[in-house]
Design a protein around this ligand. Structure first.
Ligand SMILES: C[S@@+](CC[C@H](N)C(=O)[O-])C[C@H]1O[C@@H](n2cnc3c(N)ncnc32)[C@H](O)[C@@H]1O
Length: 406
């Protein structure tokens, strides 16, 4: 995957990314669709929520910053009443009352916490205890703010709520935080970790990682660990079993220590990287009368990787079509018919109307290329055939498709 607006050369701090590139990657990695209520504790300039509002149209945002001059205080006048800001200490014992929230009611948390060690206050023990993290700190009376910010976010999140947070390398790789990593990976579902280039994001420590977790949903699924490289590409993921999270979770270390053999064997189920899958909506009758072209199983063009350009709808046709269309990045697969295994292609540009004999598969952007390459390979075709049902293996179900191991 290539991030969209990455400058070709770095600025004078040696940064190749804008803050909004990284904020956007964090929000996309959370893979949630317009949560009702999101918080940002330590919102600062509002870089994270400002980006989130571009992805989440109907979300109400609550931001908190201790700094009276933090720019997040002007988000409401900039973006409207879906934003509410509080000048407050995010580590205050009565934060919930102060900002008019109850613990356990927030859908999503966004956070880039301050990297400081605040003077110990008695109620910090309560914050950690309430978040199930009291056992993880190496020494009582001494804790970094980022750990307390994780704890406060966990308290505010509802069951199944999601946290997207930027954490320093020490928390992801340091020995003293092994209990914390174990706890996050086994009491919750630790989904993704993306190692960022050094000093990439506004006010981040030398090296930092994006971390995405779902509260209280441990399901034993592997943690996806990647690195964002200076050229704007995300590495292919290393999949790590949650039981092994205590050791280290930084991509650079894992990619050097796991043997090449092990890395090659690391794979994933298509289901794990799928955001959405649906059948096309147009029947053969509708295909005959529609005023625009509809892509059908007979239109797959041999080995072509992408949908032929004549199927791109004009803006006017998109308005007429008005229902689920395939969009750039989607993968189209014939679900029925002879040779269905050879009928796979991607949508590169524009929107495409698709017949009901075709499946529209939308995977996380960083897996698009790998999934498409696999499905078009000899190995992928053999796997499609093996997963197919019907006399002479002539159709594939959504469940069978999503069970493919890539
Ligand atoms: C690393 S900056 C992140 C700012 C912002 N989230 C961003 O990504 O641009 C940390 C922010 O936390 C705020 N902060 C520090 N201690 C805080 C506390 N106890 N309560 C609330 N905000 C705090 C700082 O004022 C600063 O704006």
């Amino acid at each position: 995957m290539q991030l969209s607006h990455i400058p070709k050369t770095s600025d004078h701090f040696g940064r190749y990314y804008t803050d909004s590139d990284i904020a956007s990657l964090l929000v996309e990695s959370m893979a949630v669709d317009s949560p009702k209520l999101a918080i940002d504790l330590g919102a600062g300039s509002g870089a994270l929520v400002g980006e989130a509002r571009r992805h989440w149209e109907s979300t109400h945002f609550i931001t908190v910053d201790i700094d009276q001059k933090a720019e997040s205080s002007s988000l409401r006048s900039r973006y409207g009443s879906t934003f509410r800001h509080h000048i407050a200490d995010a580590l205050d014992s009565s934060l919930a009352e102060k900002i008019g929230l109850r613990f356990g009611e927030v859908d999503s948390g966004l956070c880039n916490p301050p990297y400081v060690r605040p003077k110990w206050r008695k109620h910090f023990a309560e914050i950690l205890e309430d978040a199930g993290l009291s056992h993880i700190i190496p020494k009582i009376g001494c804790v970094q703010a980022d750990i307390l910010f994780i704890a406060q976010n966990l308290r505010f999140l509802r069951e199944d709520g999601k946290l997207g947070i930027i954490l320093p390398d020490g928390v992801i790789a340091g020995e003293r935080y092994s209990k914390l990593r174990h706890s996050l990976a086994t009491a919750h579902r630790l989904e993704r970790i993306i190692e960022l280039p050094r000093r990439v994001f506004h006010k981040t420590d030398a090296k930092a990682h994006i971390v995405v977790l779902t509260k209280n949903q441990p399901d034993g699924k592997d943690i996806h660990i990647q690195r964002l490289d200076n050229n704007g590409l995300l590495s292919s993921p290393i999949l790590l079993c949650p039981d092994r999270a205590a050791a280290r979770l930084d991509y650079s270390y894992l990619s050097n220590t796991l043997s090449r053999e092990n890395q090659k064997r690391v794979g994933f189920e298509l289901r794990d990287v799928t955001q959405h899958i649906t059948r096309g909506t147009y029947s053969s009758t509708q295909r005959k009368v529609a005023p625009f072209r509809i892509f059908h199983t007979t239109d797959f063009d041999g080995g072509a990787v992408n949908v032929p350009r004549q199927f791109r709808l004009t803006k006017k046709d998109q308005l007429i079509a008005g229902r689920s269309l395939a969009l750039p990045g989607d993968i189209l697969l014939a679900r029925v018919g002879r040779n269905f295994d050879s009928k796979v292609c991607g949508v590169m540009h524009g929107a495409v109307a698709v017949s009901d004999c075709i499946l529209i598969l939308r995977v996380h952007p960083q897996f698009q290329e790998r999934v498409l390459r696999y499905l078009k390979s000899t190995k992928g075709r053999a796997a499609l055939l093996a997963a197919a049902h019907g006399v002479g293996a002539t159709f594939i179900t959504i469940d069978a498709l999503l069970s493919l191991k890539i």
